[in-house]
Design a protein around this ligand. Structure first.
Ligand code: AMP
Length: 286
């Protein structure tokens, strides 16, 4: 069932709650692919009813980012959700979420702002305000849907860590489940933004997963020094790659690592054909 209004979602959810059903939420920006579907499948397996939100959230995009051209494919998304027996697709207009004619800024709207330590690094460094926008919309979706569980992808690893932190700090009674990264057989992590890449660009984009897999292989051979591991990346990068960051952090706290260990998460962000791509890997897990 496709719903656009907050009130309609609330009514339906209230019915389910009366019946004692377990509700799962999968927040997305649409242009759904197998990565999103893996979250939906997990939600279906773990909950009685599943709500998928499809909302390109204006307040998490910077002024020079791709908000206007972000792919919007609601018909196809709704069909995919139907094939997965999703119970509600919630696709509100920006005015439904933030109010008609509302100026979208933290001068006039209440924002949820995660701690500076968590946002002043990795993606948050170049995307100033991004995680304020993410936490604000996720908190709004939590309050609208009031799910028991919510599902997020490891693909956006910093995002899940920040959402878990928000849920803990604000005592939000929702269980957060992280799902593994879904990749093409080539190794490329699925992303709605891959649509912007040419065939050649997609080949160049493989460098991200190659860099990460090679770092893991070097670690398995006994190299733990982070600067030495970072050095190994350069053989995969050409002038087609505009590297934004390659960082080694603690997988829970986002603290920087000088030596890689079993708690280490390695994250990379790189532009290919001016498309910003991200990927990450746990150095000791699959
Ligand atoms: P987005 O629509 O890009 O905001 O993503 C919605 C959710 O899907 C987020 O929790 C993402 O981390 C997750 N997601 C996106 N791509 C993938 C992927 N390749 N594998 C697993 N989860 C993903």
């Amino acid at each position: 069932m496709l719903l656009n209004k907050i009130e309609d979602v609330r009514k339906q959810v209230a019915e389910w709650k009366k019946q004692g059903l377990k509700i799962g939420l999968v927040p997305t920006m649409g242009a759904l692919h197998e990565g999103h579907l893996s979250l939906i499948k997990k939600a279906k397996a773990n909950c009685d009813k599943v709500v998928v939100s499809v909302f390109v959230n204006p307040i998490q995009f910077g002024p020079s980012e791709d908000f206007d051209k972000y792919p919007r494919t609601l018909d196809a998304d709704t069909k995919l959700c139907d094939t997965e027996s999703v119970d509600i697709v919630f696709a509100p207009a920006p005015a439904e979420m933030y109010g008609e004619g509302q100026r979208l800024s933290n001068d006039t709207l209440t924002y949820v702002c995660p701690p500076f330590f968590y946002v002043n690094k990795l993606c948050g460094k170049s995307r100033v305000g991004h995680f304020d926008g993410v936490c604000t919309v996720v908190m709004k979706l939590f309050n609208i849907v009031q799910p028991d569980c919510a599902f997020f992808g490891q693909k956006d690893a910093q995002q899940v860590i920040i959402i878990k932190k928000m849920v803990k700090d604000l005592n939000v009674p929702i269980e957060i489940t992280q799902c593994p990264i879904v990749r093409e057989s080539s190794g490329l992590a699925l992303s709605s933004r891959n649509k912007y890449l040419s065939e050649e660009g997609k080949k160049d984009a493989l460098a991200l997963s190659k860099v990460l897999n090679n770092i893991k292989a070097c670690y398995q051979k006994g190299i733990t020094d982070v600067s030495a591991l970072k050095e190994t990346a350069y053989s995969f990068l050409t002038d087609k790659h505009d590297l934004e960051y390659l960082e080694f952090v603690d997988k829970t706290t986002l603290e920087d690592k000088e030596k890689a260990d079993r708690e280490t998460l390695v994250l990379v962000a790189c532009r290919v054909e001016n498309v910003r791509l991200i990927d990450n890997i746990y150095i000791e897990e699959n």
